[in-house]
Design a protein around this ligand. Structure first.
Ligand code: 5LI
Ligand code: NI
Length: 185
């Protein structure tokens, strides 16, 4: 089981590397990594288990964050009570094949398990993306995502390219975003 002690923190070079493409069929090690990352998200989103294991909640987790420089990330975007999660999968060798001109950003900014300090500011991203990825069986998917699921996937794909969320924050004015940027909770 992945615990906070297993999370690599900012300063470790693995977080600034370009991760390696994953080949199929998945090795046992890669399959376990995928399962463990998704399990982390599920446990971290259960208030009791989150507290029991001393985790920080997350809606995504990228392999470099647990020291594996591989093109793999788990995404579990929570949904309102009783509705289907807007996006849940382990995305392998993900590529954003197209995106909106329009930007989107979370009004509360972003956080990262690998960044222990709060970094205030808006993180401008594409509001809508078309994402192509392989799932753990090797099947290729092409999905159109918008708003929160799109933001989360961009945060995770950034990790696979050695980018951290605060790289996108405007340091002169952290709360400045381009005109027309869609801001959402
Ligand atoms: O890379 C994944 N993490 O660092 C897990 C912790 N952060 C989050 O769950 C998180 C929080 C806010 C906005 C976004 Cl977009 C994300 Cl992803
Ligand atoms: Ni992160």
């Amino acid at each position: 089981m992945i615990l906070m002690k297993d999370i690599v923190r900012d300063g470790d070079p693995v977080l600034r590397q370009e991760a390696a493409k994953v080949s199929f069929p998945l090795s046992e090690e890669d399959q376990k990594l995928a399962d463990d990352m998704m399990e982390y998200l599920k446990v971290s989103q259960d208030p009791d288990l989150c507290k029991k294991y001393g985790l920080r909640a997350g809606v995504g987790l990228a392999a470099p964050q647990v020291g594996a420089s591989k093109m793999m990330a788990a995404v579990l975007v929570p949904s309102e009570e009783g509705t289907k999660s807007p996006f849940t999968d382990v995305i392998i060798n993900p590529v954003i094949i197209s995106h909106s001109v329009q930007s989107g950003a979370l009004t509360e900014g972003e956080g990262c398990l690998s960044v222990d300090k709060e970094v205030p500011g808006f993180v401008p991203r594409h509001d809508r993306i078309t994402l192509r990825y392989q799932d753990t069986t090797g099947e290729t998917h092409k999905v159109r995502l918008k708003n929160y699921p799109a933001i989360v996937c961009q945060h995770e794909i950034d990790h696979l390219h050695g980018i951290l969320f605060y790289d996108h924050i405007n340091h002169d004015n952290p709360y400045e975003v381009d005109e027309g940027t869609i801001m959402f909770e």
